[in-house]
Design a protein around this ligand. Sequence first.
Ligand SMILES: [Zn+2]
Length: 403
Amino acid sequence: MSNNSVILPTLCVAPAQVIRGQGVLTTAVSAIAQLGQRPLLVGGDRTIATVYTLLHPGFQDHSLDAAQASYYPDCSETTLASLRQTAQSHQADVIIGLGGGKALDTSKLLAHQCGLPVVTVPTSAATCASWTALSNVYSEDGAFLYDVPLSQCPQLLVLDYDLIATAPQRTLVAGIGDAIAKWYEASVSSGQSQRTLLIGAVQQARVLRDILLQKSVAALQNPGSEDWQDVVDASVLLAGVIGGLGGAQCRTVAAHAVHNGLTHLIASHGTLHGEKVAYGILVQLRLEELVQGSQLAATARQQLLKFYAEIGLPQSLTDLGMATISIADLQQAATIACAESSDIHRLPFEVEPAQLMAAMVSTTAACRAAGKYEDIPAPNGGKRDTALFSLPPSKFCIDEVSE
Ligand SMILES: [Zn+2]
């Protein structure tokens, strides 16, 4: 072997096992029993109470000795420290995460820290947290602090459609917002890559976007239908595949950076992760319009605005309930989103907080007509730089989507 051999990052592509279907939670206990005899259930109090009732008979049949703990108030360092103590005193040998993204992130990180296997049971389709080898850590007050790459994906993911169907419709809408972001972010961070798995990840993101654009309206009109299950699968499972296949090089860009900045404002806490991310996609596209003059981004934004209106995703700060935030607050969110370590810098151009603020307040701006740029006199009377208007073809395949 040569001295300059390169070790590529380890990939955590998928959970070892995925059990899915209607009412599968009770039958999944035998698979849980293969992983441990002393499970610690982690979730919100009400979720644990509901789900424990379903699991209890199975636990008895398999002689499992279960304990439960809340992740309240957030997936924070303090919560994790207290949960590690609970896991230790119960002598837990498997962690079962129940709930939405934050409950699952807490459970996965707890298991990682304790060196235990983890089972994820999503109770909504709001994120792909049940799939991924990544946890977001927040402050006690819910401000995003950092993410932690985990050594593996969950050992078992149990996707029970009956459980997901009991969640408010809004959580699925948010899940659609978080999942569709994969395309707009992965195509920017990895769209130019020639590496096999990255090409695969970006193409999966495109397929995911198309499924969501085609089936979301029907899914939301008919909960429990085949379209609904397809959209749940897209938001919870296929969205996870993209992060797994693409790995660290196929990460988030500006949409999630905007989300992360917004979480530092109390006014944003009434909205879900995927709702803020969905708004963040519009901000990212708007940035590409404002900074690069990208006509393609402008068209993609108009397409998304129409889609958001159909399914109820927020298009603006007003829709996020943040119509009256101060300039200082907006500046704070923009400054955090533009921090040196922020994924916003994966954009192919530099972004200043002032530019980001301009984009954040103009996500619903009308699309400039295609020829309009030509009206601006070119510098030195020379020909305009047409490169300004052309993006690499792989970036936004808007041509493939019917309006
Ligand atoms: Zn997300």
